[in-house]
Design a binder for this molecule. Structure first.
Ligand code: URA
Ligand code: SF4
Length: 219
């Protein structure tokens, strides 16, 4: 089975983990992506935030949540009263998974337009989430947060198993056994859902109200 396990160092803090993760070949996703996007933030962070996987911008810059979804997340965190300085931000899967649209023929004359440069996000599979799990487990062990904020279905399934449903579990303070440790967590939607929705403002307000539950749990 695919697994990051042999690449995870047994000693050292976040710096050692980040360095080793850059060389991870635990699953095939490292082949097409630009680089490993490891978590960022402080070892002493009180909150650990888990997204799905890096997007196009994150893949280029090597940092999680620096694209449009990240900007929305920062705004929502601030509005909920969570200081970004007390968060450690990471993803369930550390490499960008994408497809490139096939080259199409221009309708007039059949001139190939050529392979698109646009890379379209593809959801990671359960195998890839499981393969990448040892990195998330190592981040949890080192940061030892007071609370985990779970962003969306992929992160939820990666942490809590395939029966996780955002719609049912969002916005309440949960306590679960995660990678062998009893941890408090609050789940919410993925911020990119608020970028795509028809009723963006309502979806965004739902995100903020879930994050307020997390903020209150930190008081
Ligand atoms: N979406 C995610 O889930 N993670 C990122 O880092 C960026 C977008
Ligand atoms: Fe390793 Fe995770 Fe990247 Fe797969 S996605 S190669 S397990 S870091």
């Amino acid at each position: 089975a695919y697994t990051a396990e042999p690449f995870v160092p047994q000693r050292g803090g976040l710096a050692a983990l980040r360095k080793a993760a850059a060389e991870c070949h635990g699953c095939p996703l490292h082949r097409d992506a630009t680089q490993t996007v490891f978590g960022t933030g402080d070892t002493d962070a009180r909150v650990l935030i888990v997204g799905e996987q890096p997007g196009d911008q994150e893949d280029r810059q090597g940092k999680p949540f620096v694209g449009p979804a990240g900007r929305l997340l920062d705004r929502a965190l601030a509005e909920a009263g969570i200081d970004p300085g007390q968060t450690y931000v990471t993803n369930a899967v550390k490499h960008f998974k994408f497809t490139i649209p096939h080259s199409r023929l221009r309708s007039s004359g059949g001139t190939p337009i050529g392979p698109g440069k646009r890379r379209i996000h593809k959801s990671p599979s359960l195998r890839e989430m499981t393969a990448c799990g040892p990195w998330l487990a190592a981040e949890l062990a080192v940061v030892d947060p007071e609370l985990i904020v779970v962003l969306g279905a992929t992160a939820g399934k990666a942490l809590l198993g395939s029966s996780f449903r955002v719609t049912q579990q969002r916005g309440t303070l949960l306590e679960e056994e995660i990678h062998g440790r009893r941890t408090r967590l609050v789940a919410t939607i993925h911020p990119s859902a608020a970028l795509r929705a028809d009723d963006r403002e309502a979806v965004y307000q739902g995100l903020v109200s879930d994050l307020k539950v997390a903020a209150r749990a930190l008081d």
